[in-house]
Design a protein around this ligand. Structure first.
Ligand code: SIN
Ligand code: FE2
Length: 225
């Protein structure tokens, strides 16, 4: 059965024309795709991303069910999302190094806040930035983001590198999901009534991005603590 807040845009596919910077697409009552929103920030952001990744390199984590995730993860900010055989959780230290996660660079925070504001979420204070790396074939199966203490803050999700197809579904895993192509510089923001929607990413297609090469990097900002 379809719920009242079933997403309202048309399905689009990644092989279609790239997105138009500046365009906003509504994919739910309180869910938006901000096309190209990150592009003007990337000259500042990419060097800081490299520094974060030198301090906390990508690693492949294991789910509580014992599966190694195809997506490699890192984090910055006060809290980092991790998973291992004992469960999913946020930690203040990188379990690999034993050190606190790298600080969230100012440009990350400012961009996440600007995107949240553009989607009508004022006063977003992210304390966690999860960094996901997809190589061709890597995918993220449908899930809800619900390890955060409070669910009042939105999720801000920035796409960099190769295009991907983002699935944005309902409140049950089996609900039909929208397929939204995401390109380098696009930002998705969802919160409020849409905060707990299932979402995921279809297997990344082969390709080479002019700036990032054969990968997609996603930055997901949340208020976790
Ligand atoms: C996530 O849900 O953590 C990742 C979403 C994405 O890679 O776009
Ligand atoms: Fe997620």
């Amino acid at each position: 059965m379809r719920s009242d807040n079933t997403p309202i845009t048309l399905d689009l596919f990644a092989d279609q024309a790239p997105s138009t910077p500046g365009q906003t697409e509504r994919i739910g009552q309180q869910a938006f795709v901000l096309r190209g929103f990150a592009l003007p920030w990337l000259e500042r952001l990419l060097p800081d991303l490299e520094a974060v990744l030198r301090a906390a390199p990508f690693r492949q984590m294991v789910t509580p069910g014992g599966f190694t995730m195809s997506v490699a993860l890192s984090s910055c900010g006060a809290l980092g999302w991790t998973t291992d055989r004992s469960g999913y959780r946020y930690t203040s230290r990188d379990p690999q190094s034993g050190q606190p996660w790298p600080d969230m660079p100012a440009v990350f925070r400012e961009l996440a806040q600007a995107a949240a504001r553009a989607a009508n979420f004022e006063h977003f204070e992210p304390d966690a930035c999860l960094i996901n790396r997809y190589v061709p074939g890597a995918r993220m199966s449908l899930h809800q983001d619900k390890n955060e203490r409070s669910l009042t803050a939105p999720i801000v999700s920035i796409s960099l590198g190769l295009p991907a197809v983002f699935q944005f579904g309902g409140f049950e895993r089996s609900d039909k999901s929208l397929r939204v192509p995401l390109f380098h510089g696009d930002i998705v923001v969802w919160g409020g009534v849409d905060r707990l929607r299932y979402h995921g990413v279809l297997p990344l297609k082969d390709g080479a991005h002019p700036q990032l090469g054969a990968q997609r990097i996603n930055l997901t900002f949340r208020t976790a603590g």
